[in-house]
Design a binder for this molecule. Sequence first.
Ligand SMILES: [Zn+2]
Length: 315
Amino acid sequence: MNKWYVGVDLGGTNIVSGLIREDGEVAARDKRPTRQEAGLEGSIRQMKDSVRAVVERGGVSIHELAGIGIGSPGPIDPFEGIVIAPENLPAWRDVPLKRIFEDEFGIRTILDNDANMAALGEQWKGAGKNAADFLCVTLGTGIGGGAVCGGKLLKGFNGNAAEIGHITIDHNGPQCPCGNRGCLELYASATGIVRWTKVRMAIESPETALTESPDMTARTIFEAARDGDDFAREMFDRTGTLLGIGLVSAINMLNVEVIAIGGGMADAGDLIFEPVQRTILERGLPGVREKVRVVPVELGEDAALLGAAKNAMET
Ligand SMILES: [Zn+2]
């Protein structure tokens, strides 16, 4: 008899669920809007409906599930199963999601943060498949990180391990919302590259096809770089170099074999991967720097579902 799990990824825009067999086969998927306009209750209803939908689509009964895993934006308390105060879910404050799910379905439910779940999923079935020591980095509005060490998800004593977005790059750098200064995510996230591109344009008036506009995004800069704009290419090079510097700190702490990079910025391909790899070779420890592999993530939306299911299996 196969064991079945449901993995749920709670996001600010969408809720994605998957019915997952214990060997990692995704038997059914569901995606629906988070419906934040309907408040906390509305979003929780969407999550419950999504779980019912995948179970039904997969021809399994809820009571046959061996566990439900949920990935949520942080901060969360994974041990109590509480969503504390995610920036992109303003109605969610101290929500005991684990208890709400267990009351609804009578199935053991395990919660962890979405970056950790993506890391665990990629390590199980994606870019980190054969690496027991693995780091997964998501470059979005901020930078999310999750690490698997010796085959186990690194959680930390209260669930906040592998926050590599808040490694210090410049101790005199700009203030980060976390309270620190000069954090990696202020430089190497999609938001970061836009910020520094605008700063350089304002100070240096470089020759570039980019125009100063509130609509500038990482994609606009990428498109200019792809079309041969030297200044845009330089901005990607700088961003990749700073990301590499942050990753060297992570490599020195964790001695990971594989680092997978995902999120919108990873779509820039060599424009970002090349300076990252060069920087690791320049700055990593001898005996380590030549062996670390930096690769794109492989699983897309499935990563967090698979990770959440695996987390429910192992917790
Ligand atoms: Zn920070």
